[in-house]
Design a protein. Structure first.
Ligand code: SAM
Length: 228
């Protein structure tokens, strides 16, 4: 069944231009049923009651109680990466349940900055991936922040080669979770000192060296494979 994002779930819902076009392309008709979600955790089933040149309207038939979210919100804080690698991380990271992506400027950055267009594209990638993976939450993609200005809440872990600790043994699910992964050149001594200052714990991803776009997905993969 088709999934449609609405501004908020209510008895009668109207759609924005992008979703209207999407329904027209799919050749849906009044009377068809679609899944609706607001991107912030609410979802349900709705009937398409109007679809014409003037717009589209939906009537809510029932709310869904299914949650596909972790017990606590998970933020993936990842260093800026080159080319399409960030889009790949956001796409797969959304499937793997991240609630927020925080892009980070680290000392050994692969690229110094990303433009507004790229940020907008990453947000579209997150929305598409949320629909595809049947999430009710569309993850936020936050503009890059220098590591020195990053103030994560709850439990914070960073992937660092050679660390003895294991993520799943340390996660309590009693507080929001933040997972940090570094750039291709790794974390600098200053980055590491900053992470220590934040109370972040270093964790291993095994004895192999993963690429900077693989490591964040391995962190999230560990959570997902625990069945949460
Ligand atoms: N020479 C760099 C170093 O020693 O940190 C390698 C960096 S690695 C290509 C990119 C990032 O992926 C690292 O900063 C780290 O966050 C993560 N990473 C890769 N392999 C890892 C492993 N086996 N254990 C923990 N983190 C890893």
């Amino acid at each position: 069944q088709h999934r449609v994002r609405v501004e908020s779930l209510g008895e009668r819902m109207t759609l924005g231009a992008a979703e209207l076009k999407h329904l027209q392309v799919l050749r849906l008709r009044p009377g068809d049923t679609v899944q609706v979600f607001d991107g912030q955790g609410a979802a349900g089933e709705a009937e398409l009651t109007q679809l014409d040149a003037f717009g589209a309207a939906l009537t809510l038939r029932g709310r869904s109680e299914i949650s596909r979210e972790y017990p606590q919100p998970v933020t993936l804080a990842t260093a800026l990466l080159k080319g399409d690698k960030l889009a790949d991380v956001v796409r797969a990271g959304t499937e793997l349940g991240a609630a927020t992506f925080q892009l980070l400027n680290t000392r050994y950055a692969d690229v110094p900055q990303i433009g507004d267009n790229k940020l907008a594209r990453l947000r579209r990638v997150a929305e598409e991936a949320a629909k595809q993976s049947q999430r009710t939450v569309v993850p936020q993609v936050l503009a890059p922040l220098p590591l020195a200005q990053f103030r994560p809440e709850g439990q914070v872990f960073y992937a660092h080669p050679g660390s003895p600790a294991q993520l799943l043994q340390a996660v309590t699910w009693q507080a929001p979770l933040t997972l940090v992964s570094g750039p291709e050149g790794g974390f600098s001594p200053k980055d590491l000192a900053q992470l220590e200052k934040l109370g972040a714990q270093a964790v291993t991803l095994g004895p192999r060296i993963l690429r900077a776009e693989t490591a964040p997905l391995a962190l999230l993969g560990a959570l997902a494979s625990s069945g949460m």
